[in-house]
Design a protein around this ligand. Sequence first.
Ligand SMILES: Cc1cc2nc3c(=O)[nH]c(=O)nc-3n(C[C@H](O)[C@H](O)[C@H](O)COP(=O)(O)OP(=O)(O)OC[C@H]3O[C@@H](n4cnc5c(N)ncnc54)[C@H](O)[C@@H]3O)c2cc1C
Length: 441
Amino acid sequence: MTADAAPVVAESDVVVVGGGSAGVAAAVSAARNGVSVILVERYGCLGGMASGGMVLVLDDMANGREVTVRGLCTEYISRLDKLGLAKYPGPDEWGADPVSVRRWTRWGASDFHFSGTPKPICYSVAFDPDGWKRVSLDLVREAGVRLRLHSWSAGVVMEATRVTGVRCLTKAGFQELRGQVVIDTSGDLDVAAAAGASFVHGRYLVTTVFRLGSVDVEAAERHWDEQPREAAMLNRRAKLILGGAWENWWLRTPLPGVVWCNCPHLSGYDGIDPESQTAAEIAGRDRIYALVDYARSALPGFERCFVVDVAPQLGVRQTRLLQGEYVVTMADIAGRRHFVDSVARGRDYYTPYRALLPREVEGLLVAGRHYSAEPQAQRVSREIPPCMSMGEAAGAAAALAVEQNVAVRDIDVAVLRRRLRAQGHDPGDVPSANASPASED
Ligand SMILES: Cc1cc2nc3c(=O)[nH]c(=O)nc-3n(C[C@H](O)[C@H](O)[C@H](O)COP(=O)(O)OP(=O)(O)OC[C@H]3O[C@@H](n4cnc5c(N)ncnc54)[C@H](O)[C@@H]3O)c2cc1C
């Protein structure tokens, strides 16, 4: 079977391509708004970077004490909480109180945008990757989304400039899935790029994330309390072996004795070039195994540690970025610029609907880390909660377009925002006190 002669195996109102945090949010949001939805994912589980990439802290969802990313993100947190698979500080623990800082820093709840030390504690949630997969699957099934795993979108079906479906590579050969609206949540803009939408090819650090088990976390923390200079010296050595890591290269997880290592970071690799991806996987593993040897021999609390897993998905932060109807700039993010068509939020920044819309292609929306932004701006606005926020907005927008039988670029954004509010999402229609006012462009 060739890609040109693929059978149409399923049709729905909306086809969402990519089952990461943005894709699940888009699919569930669209289905809850009353349209039929197919969700396509290349791997055997949902979550993308939040599960297969083992990115295990939700952050960038609060503007000071105001929680800005709500809706489906809040649903995930409460479901994970009920499973005992989420851990986060309460509002009374946010801030710079030393007891709180001591308790929560190793959970990754520090405000990493704060330049001084110690960094204050903010609203952030540490979670378990398999818990994320489970909650994603529950949400998708409860919403009635038709899930197609093990299906790799490898081409688009077009009618002139309109996308009408995707062509997936599967073990059963090529298969076509058709939809009135397609949402690209592949993270790498696979669908929009294939359809001819403009993009830039960005790059940033990639990381082979891993977890260590059998760590005596209390002993490790006690060593920092009792012998901070020695602990800092040993930590510097560990970071040298890793060759790229944040200051706290290991963080606690909800699983006893298991720590999350968001490292080693590797620069100069390309997340959509197989040769480069292969080289990154190998270079990362070499550093991990060297680190484990060192940790077992030198780090208090790590004497019996072992590798639980290296993330099955390479930690890719940035590849293709849409250059859509509006391209979000660094000045927009840094200046907390509000937009008249804001439909999604991150920490203290806003995402206009136009940043989810390709310029040249019809029937297509994008959401997630490949949204329309300058590379510098995307680096600081692509955490999991804002990606979910964009997904939730895109799903509801697609449903609205189908319901009203209009092009996605012609929907009434005011109606969309009212619907998003009603479903618990904050579209950023009401700017916070520290926002810069919107202008018309
Ligand atoms: C190492 C690292 C550390 C990070 N740290 C944090 C952090 O601490 N906190 C935080 O909030 N964020 C963090 N981030 C950012 C965050 O994880 C991502 O930006 C976010 O998860 C992206 O979500 P997404 O849904 O847009 O993309 P992804 O999670 O990449 O999801 C894309 C999905 O699409 C699927 N897919 C891709 N191509 C195809 C195709 N052609 N056909 C079918 N399916 C396809 C993928 O398998 C995947 O499931 C980090 C990122 C990295 C890499």
